[in-house]
Design a protein. Structure first.
Length: 311
């Protein structure tokens, strides 16, 4: 078995514009801290448990970056697996218990379809480490993509004040959670550009057409996290939330199958890694209905070193 050091990075920015139907128990509307509760605190005693369910489309934009290192600072190869974009749907359930406990369950599923061009760069020159010696580009599809997660927190009031006669309330929610990501890409067709004797690629380097499957890459990642959420109840039934979650320990398994070379690489975690997830929500309750207009922009990033095992 041969081994080589590999670093995985992924940066995704997810944009969703969601007309969302929320379902709540009894008279508790739009979560636990609403104008109804502010006007009548006894609602919490009448209805100590409330929940919300939302189903909505989603659009995911970003890329997975796969690096292979000879040493920690010497890149041998870089692969870019695109999501430009990936579409699908998501389902979210929120549960509020008493006057502070809050938990969220979230599931996101992508629809298999084309997501752009996969690019593979190799830097194999022994004297000039940054010289590009091999390049290939292929069509790419996302065969499967899903995200499952939950968080548990305790939401509590921070401040309350009036501006131009309108009440504004601010809440904070420290929380812990767990996320699971799984993505599988397939690269096929396209072309190769390989120089002779690992020399530098030039515009004159011939392109060789490739037909059929070229590579498949699967990532399964588990991200335990800790974070904090800030919630702002604003006038005219607007609500803003900002959440930041940090994961100091990335867990998982990655599999890299190169069909043309008939080899499979399995990635074994070598260092703890790091993950950051930032989410911005804006929600507007539609007058006279139980429907909300919901807008969300999550950004998440992770980075980790692996030992890459050739089988």
């Amino acid at each position: 078995m041969n081994t080589v050091l590999k670093k995985i990075r992924r940066l995704f920015i997810i944009f969703t514009l969601i007309p969302q139907l929320n379902i709540f128990s009894q008279s508790v509307i739009n979560g636990i801290y609403t104008e109804d509760i502010q006007a009548d605190p006894e609602i919490l005693k009448k209805s100590p448990i409330s929940f919300a369910i939302g189903i909505a489309p989603k659009l995911e934009i970003g890329s997975g970056f796969e690096y292979v290192f000879k040493n920690y600072n010497e890149v041998l190869s870089k692969l870019i697996w695109p999501l430009l974009p990936a579409s699908g749907f998501q389902a979210t359930t929120e549960i509020y218990i008493g006057n502070g406990f809050h938990t969220v369950f979230n599931a996101v599923f992508s629809i298999p379809h084309s997501t752009g061009k996969m690019r593979d760069y190799d830097f194999l020159n022994h004297t000039k480490k940054d010289v590009l010696t091999h390049f290939s580009m292929h069509k790419c599809i996302l065969e499967q993509g899903k995200e499952l997660g939950f968080t548990v927190g305790w939401i509590m009031p921070l401040a309350e004040y009036f501006q131009n006669g309108n009440k504004i309330k601010i809440y904070a929610e420290p929380c812990i959670g767990l996320r699971y990501y799984s993505h599988t890409w397939l690269a096929f067709d396209g072309y190769l550009q390989y120089s002779n004797a690992n020399s530098e690629l030039t515009p004159e380097t011939p392109k060789v057409l490739w037909k059929g499957n070229a590579a498949q890459y699967r990532q399964d990642l588990v991200l335990p996290n800790i974070g904090i959420l800030f919630k702002f109840d604003l006038p005219k039934k607007w609500q803003i939330k900002t959440a930041v979650q940090v994961c100091p320990q990335v867990l998982g398994l990655c599999e890299d199958n190169h069909f043309g070379r008939d080899i499979v690489f399995y990635d074994i975690f070598h260092k703890k890694g790091f993950s950051l997830h930032i989410n911005f929500f804006a929600e507007k309750k539609l007058k006279g209905t139980s429907k909300n207009l919901f807008f969300s922009v999550p950004i998440y990033y992770f980075s980790s070193f692996f030992i890459n095992c050739l089988v």
